[in-house]
Design a protein around this ligand. Structure first.
Ligand SMILES: [Mn+2]
Length: 471
């Protein structure tokens, strides 16, 4: 019985993952022009990191940790309701390439090298697959697909992750590690006060759960946040990651193109949002990286407005901070436009001051520059454009973007980093809010705007907004 289960598991893993990995995916080029005919068939799945790239990320992690044990753990979030989409925990995805749950990964680093690794995956479960479809299972094929040795991938115990939440094999392994060397444990999560005798994947803060467990098996365990190490590695994007974010930006552009063409007074905020999300889904997105903001008139002055329930009227300026997520990588892009297709003099003055600020910041973005320098250049240009100091953005000018929409990373820029530049002005008394946000890749000599294809100048926006109704 166990034997036949193993064979079925092996087959399911081969068909799901190894076949896909073995044949290199045909990469569909990104059309240069928004609204161009769709490339068909668009890949239903997205390119994933090669086994070699996953190995190099783990080697870099061991080098950065020097000595210690890193642990990532991924399972469905507690609020994940039936029918919701599972998204892997970001460090788990980055280091293992496994995007089904549950998944626990442990790396032991010694003198800056990988000493050993264990990837804990469920064993094949017929009932689970009936309800949820295929997932990563323990077996040599999974190991090969993610660049691990056949012995590095081991089953979660209990033998049945359709029903049991037992993590006994993880517990046993951590006990062994704790007994042999007194390591530094690199793991994120809130430790709390209690000790935990058993691991349970359904615990909401799984990192905290592991810490409490370690406290119960070893005296005074030494902890460091894994994020402090992984964040630095993740802030420099590989060509593969840049390609995914480029695609997320392009798909976001398709959404803006479709929605702005249809925009006109009388449209509801949620209608605009839905046109963008339609474009995202029809291009194979993995979702949206943050809740979309479609904010018109007075709502544009509410930074995190997410109701999308106002009907837009003639004379409104509309601020839309809506972006796609592709292959688990985020875009983060904002456009502001007049709903009637024509900026008023005042709207235009504010908008162009914000745009001048963004342009000035982008001109300052190069290796070695800091976010503070960019912000200073930006604010100077906005004031030159006619805005008062108190009218400039109360939020940060930008942040890293990657697996997280606010990805970790230092604010001294290096080639390979991807950041947003997003100045804004929010004038409550005038019911006028404007923000412009684009994605910038830091290059050896300066930067490249990854969302440059999305209309942004006054002339480009006025030509696009409502164009569908002017035929
Ligand atoms: Mn942003």
């Amino acid at each position: 019985m166990r034997h036949s289960f193993a064979i079925v598991c092996l087959l399911s893993v081969i068909t799901t993952f190894v076949a896909g990995q073995a044949a290199p995916m045909k990469v569909v080029p990104i059309p240069a022009v928004l609204g161009a005919p769709r490339p068909f068939p668009y890949p239903w799945t997205f390119p994933t990191a090669s086994a070699d790239e996953l190995v190099s990320r783990r080697v870099a992690l061991a080098k950065a940790m020097v000595n210690g044990v890193a642990i990532t753990i991924s399972g469905p979030t507690p609020e994940l309701a039936s029918g919701s989409r599972y998204k892997p925990e970001h460090d788990t995805w980055y280091f293992t390439g496994v995007d089904t749950d549950p998944c626990v990964w442990v790396l032991v680093a010694k003198d800056g090298k990988i000493e050993s690794q264990r990837l804990f995956l469920p064993v094949f479960n017929k009932s689970y697959e009936l309800w949820n479809g295929r997932r990563w299972c323990a077996g040599p094929e999974s190991a090969a697909a993610v660049g691990l040795g056949p012995d590095d991938v081991v089953p979660m115990s209990g033998g049945n992750f359709g029903g049991s939440n037992s993590m006994k094999s993880v517990e046993d392994y951590l006990r062994t590690l704790a007994a042999t060397t007194p390591p530094t444990w690199f793991i994120d999560g809130n430790i709390g006060n209690e000790d935990t005798a058993r691991l349970d994947i359904s615990t909401p803060d799984r990192g905290g759960m592991i810490k409490r467990f370690l406290k119960s098996v070893v005296a005074k365990p030494k902890f460091r946040g894994l994020g402090s190490v992984s964040g630095t590695l993740r802030s420099i994007k590989s060509p593969h990651e840049i390609d995914l974010i480029r695609r997320a930006a392009w798909i976001t552009g398709e959404g803006f193109h479709d929605a702005m063409r249809e925009a006109r007074p009388g449209m509801w905020e949620f209608e605009f949002q839905s046109l963008m999300e339609r474009a995202f889904i029809s291009h194979g997105c993995t979702g949206v990286p943050y809740y979309p903001i479609a904010a018109s008139g007075p709502n544009a002055c509410i930074l995190h407005y997410t109701d999308s329930r106002r009907q837009m009227v003639d004379g409104d300026l509309v601020l839309c901070d809506i972006a796609a997520e592709y292959g688990y990588y985020a875009a983060d892009i904002t456009r502001t436009f007049p709903i009637n297709g024509k900026f008023s003099d005042r709207q235009r003055q504010v908008y162009e001051a914000v745009l001048a600020g963004q342009t000035a910041a982008a001109e300052a973005l190069k290796p070695g520059a800091t976010l503070n320098e960019l912000d200073a250049a930006c604010r100077e240009a906005m004031i030159k454009g006619g805005l008062k100091p108190g009218e400039l953005h109360p939020h940060g000018l930008g942040h890293h973007v990657g697996l997280d929409v606010h990805d970790p990373g230092a604010m001294v820029f290096k080639p390979g980093m991807i950041i947003t530049i997003e100045p804004g002005s929010y004038l409550r008394k005038e019911s006028l809010g404007a923000r412009i946000e684009d994605l910038y890749l830091v290059t050896e000599t300066g930067n490249e705007c990854l969302s440059k294809m999305i209309p942004k100048t006054v002339a480009e926006i006025e030509a696009l907004v409502g164009a569908a109704h002017r035929r």
